[in-house]
Design a protein around this ligand. Structure first.
Ligand code: IVH
Length: 698
């Protein structure tokens, strides 16, 4: 991971890192949300996200519709029925310092156009480390429960939620007709320990932490299993409410409690920054004795009318923020440094540690980032090291404890790929002429580590999305030599018939599953061009860049030819350089990929099997979508920031001055020259109220 401050990056470096991070985050999202099996700790994931957001903040040109900051989570898994959330279930932005909390309130005041001294009341409550869930009660009866999923569509876990003894099936008191109570499903430390004991006794693997245990227990297809797992719930938010019982956050939570829903007792209404920070400290001091995991404190603007005005920015509300707890540390011994080879051939060092408990979680692996990091900290096998995890599980080596060092040898980073033995080299950055931090295997087509990973990527949900061809099956087919390249997937059935159904009765494949798999493969012979480009696993080509390329070239052959010919300094390279959002690093990666003859051969084989379709276009969903709007005069219902945010939300672009390109002018009292200019150019002018009507808000 690069550690130089974002501000010191050149736009070029920022773009490359943004693309790389985007891909990495998407991969982790899939592991986390669809497979319930995160491969990195939350703290590390948070760090990736923070870095990604910082890049977009410093280099706003990196923000596009496809940006991950505009998405929440990942699509729900296929095994549960889907539930569309009437009100999206959003995520929270994170802050880490007292200063950040002050900034949060400053932003709130500024957005609302309030003076710096205005008192903003906020609630403060523990951030429960579980998984969020939306419980729908109609006439006081629990009728549906759904996980967050991607925020818009979750999984139906009604049968499982009914198994939670601590939750009322029927609300008490006087609840609204429709009430969607949202909150966190979690497991206590005691229940977690007992569950893991039972797991181990039954010869099953224990869960890594209470959150994973809670997620795994709730997302059981067999609700009887959920019934045996003691899950609990705290309500802290809501979705659809037919007749809101209160106009404040704290009032809503009080009402929830009166209906018999569990509400966290540490929830507190604060009068401002100082009060909030004080409550944060109070909660932090109790953290170890609460009996369940929390990873921070959530602040929410108490006044719901203000919450509504503040609204959302991409995936998180402007009216709430999570103040995370700092990292925790422990000391242990570094047993081994293992080098893993990823899909792109990057050699990543991983520390294998003597297991140690850090803040209640057993850590046995930590990231070592890269070769330079190991050298800089002079980390050696056998060293006593300080391990850190932020939030919940951090595997990061902060430092080596010198005086405990035995006379171990300095670690030498391998110059050969540990999987295939090809040379592993550090790419030279053309601009700076310096070596990049990552060492990469050059044997991309012969290296099994990369081939398997590339196949997994090819079949993954946002690429070819082939049902029944998951990681485990790919490992199997690869090992058996049945699938070695992407095109092999599409010839599998024909070859298999010839070899007398070799797959059947192996690795859990029966008659039906083989037939289903063949059908799933058939169903993917037609694929949108952007997905196809993404599926190829070209370096720096994530979903966003794949869409850009598809949009620009329309035809795959055009992309292929241009990229093939795009050696530096050629006319073809110049053409690629003109594509919006595609910089030299991406251009170089494209050229490398398409100019490689092995790849060309495989592409021919693949294109003989599949048919490419145009990229689906996003429907213009609101009457102002795609329009350029100018706001002028004294707006009475909106601040300028709000107006801009609303326009953005409805797909319109805001301009500062009226020109021929303007489609619509929204004018408040006192509008002067801009209004006159609009009249002169014959541009439609509407009032602020009309804006609300058109955008369906009035
Ligand atoms: S409020 C629109 N309050 O944290 C705001 N979230 O990092 C919705 N979480 O998805 C979230 N405790 O799963 C809220 N007291 C709390 C929370 C909380 C835990 C989780 C929740 C959310 C995630 C965001």
């Amino acid at each position: 991971m690069k550690t130089s401050p974002v501000e010191q990056l050149s736009p070029l470096e920022a773009r490359a890192e943004h693309a790389r991070l985007g891909e990495e985050i998407e991969r982790h999202d899939r592991h986390y949300y669809q497979q319930d099996a995160p491969v990195i700790p939350d703290a590390e994931y948070d760090a990736l996200r923070r870095r990604y957001e910082a890049l977009e903040k410093t280099f706003p040109e990196l923000v596009t519709e496809q940006s991950l900051t505009k998405k929440i989570g990942a699509r729900p898994s296929e095994k549960f029925a889907k539930v569309r959330h009437a009100v999206p279930m959003l995520s929270l932005g994170n802050v880490f310092s007292d200063g950040d909390v002050v900034d949060f309130l400053t932003r709130v005041r500024r957005f609302l156009g309030l003076p710096e001294t205005a008192e903003i009341r906020c609630t403060a409550e523990p951030k429960i480390d579980g998984l969020s869930c939306s419980l729908r009660y109609e006439r006081g009866r629990l009728v549906q429960a759904a996980t967050r999923g991607d925020g818009y569509e979750g999984e139906d876990v009604t049968a499982n939620i009914r198994m939670l003894r601590s939750l009322p099936q029927r609300l008490t008191g006087d609840p609204p007709q429709v009430l969607e109570a949202r909150g966190e499903v979690y497991m206590t430390h005691l229940d977690f320990a007992a569950l893991n004991e039972r797991q181990t006794a039954a010869g099953k693997p224990p869960f890594a932490n209470p959150r994973n245990a809670a997620a795994g227990s709730l997302r059981q297809l067999d609700a009887a299993i959920t019934a045996e797992r003691p899950l609990r719930f705290f309500a802290y938010a809501w979705g659809e409410v037919s007749d809101p019982p209160a106009m404040t956050q704290i009032g809503m939570l009080d009402a929830f409690a009166s209906y018999g829903l569990p509400v966290n007792p540490l929830t507190h209404l604060c009068k401002g920054e100082a009060d909030m920070l004080e409550h944060y400290r109070r909660i932090e001091a109790q953290r170890a004795t609460l009996g369940y995991d929390i990873d921070g404190v959530v602040y929410k603007v108490d006044d719901i009318a203000l919450q509504e005005r503040l609204g959302f920015v991409s995936r998180a509300p402007r009216w709430a923020v999570a103040h995370k707890f700092p990292a925790e540390r422990a000391t242990t011994v570094l047993r081994e440094i293992e080098i893993q080879v990823g899909r792109t051939g990057a050699l990543t060092p991983v520390a294998r540690l003597e297991p140690v408990t850090v803040g209640g979680v057993v850590v046995s692996n930590a990231t070592l980032h890269n070769e330079d990091e190991i050298a800089r900290k002079d980390i050696r096998v056998g060293d006593t090291v300080v391990v850190q995890r932020a939030g919940d599980v951090i595997p990061q080596i902060v430092e080596v404890i010198d005086d405990k060092r035995p006379r171990g040898k300095r670690f030498v980073f391998p110059h050969l790929c540990p999987v295939c033995g090809s040379a592993a080299v550090r790419e030279i950055d053309e601009k700076t002429g310096e070596a990049g931090v990552v060492r990469r295997c050059t044997g991309s087509l012969v290296c099994p580590a990369q081939a398997v990973e590339r196949l997994k990527h090819f079949c993954s949900r946002n690429a070819f999305d082939i049902e029944g061809l998951g990681d485990r099956q790919i490992d199997y087919f690869y090992k058996e030599g049945l699938i070695r390249t992407p095109s092999d997937i599409f010839t599998l059935e024909a070859r298999d018939r010839a070899s007398l159904t070799k797959i059947k009765n192996r690795e859990g494949f029966g008659e039906t599953s083989v037939r289903n798999l063949f059908a799933a493969i058939e169903a993917r012979r037609r694929i949108a061009i952007n997905r196809f480009i993404f599926a190829l696993g070209i370096r720096h080509i994530g979903e966003t860049n794949a869409r850009r390329l598809a949009r620009h070239f329309t035809e795959f052959e055009a992309l292929r030819e241009t990229a093939r010919d795009a050696a530096p300094g050629t006319e073809a390279r110049a053409r690629i350089d003109t594509i919006d959002g595609v910089g030299p690093v991406v251009a170089e990666a494209l050229h490398d990929f398409f100019a490689e003859t092995h790849n060309a051969r495989e592409l021919d084989a693949l294109l003989a099997q599949v048919t490419l379709e145009p990229m689906p276009t996003i429907a213009a969903s609101s009457p102002v979508a795609g329009k350029t709007v100018v706001f002028t005069g004294a707006l009475e219902r909106l601040t300028r920031d709000e107006a801009k945010a609303q326009a953005d939300r409805f797909g319109a672009k805001v301009a500062g001055s009226v020109s021929k390109k303007t489609d619509l002018v929204v004018a408040g009292p006192g509008a002067g020259s801009k209004l006159a200019k609009a009249a002169e150019l014959g541009i439609e002018t509407i009032s602020e109220d009309e804006w609300f009507r058109r955008t369906g808000q009035a």
